[in-house]
Design a protein around this ligand. Structure first.
Ligand code: MG
Length: 162
């Protein structure tokens, strides 16, 4: 088997939005009238990021390692899931190189929150902030995101052999 030094991963996550729930993205609480319906804290950005990292190392997915049927993960801070994912990656002999995320959300505008999200994630990933890219888009009012029924997040990452 060829041992590549650099590998790519991608992750995707969706959470339904409902009134009077907290909205967490990238480890940051976003002020909004709606939040994520979830077993954990519903941080779709961190969930997609964990899946991208696990995928890059072919270690399965977030549902395999942190099943939502397990009461241990009820209401869990997703930053803990990312820390555990980093430990799995490290055990497999890899470290992240960079990540690039797209958050699809109709409202609210998260541009003001992105610097804090990059700061939180760069610390958890042990990367400089210029290796942590987070972008936001609406879907022009189309589809479930456009109807403000949910949030969708796409993440790609590179990982390298330690
Ligand atoms: Mg999720």
């Amino acid at each position: 088997m060829i041992q590549h030094m650099i590998r790519i991963g991608n992750g995707y996550d969706v959470h339904r939005l409902a009134p009077e729930l907290p909205l967490y993205l990238g480890g940051v609480k976003i002020p909004h009238t709606k939040g994520a319906v979830a077993h954990s804290d519903g941080d779709a950005l961190i969930h997609a990021l964990c899946d991208a990292l696990l995928g890059a190392a072919a270690l399965g997915d977030i549902g395999l390692h942190f099943p939502d049927s397990d009461p241990a993960y009820k209401g869990i801070d997703s930053k803990i899931l990312l820390t555990k994912t980093m430990a799995l990656l490290e055990t497999a002999g890899y470290r992240p190189v960079n990540i690039d995320a797209v958050v699809a959300l109709q409202a609210p505008k998260i541009a003001p929150n992105i610097p804090q999200m990059r700061s939180v994630l760069s610390q958890l990933l042990r990367l400089p902030q210029d290796a942590v890219s987070i972008k936001a888009t609406t879907t022009e009012s189309l589809g479930f995101v456009g109807r403000e029924e949910g949030v969708a997040v796409y993440v790609v990452c590179l990982i390298a052999k330690q």
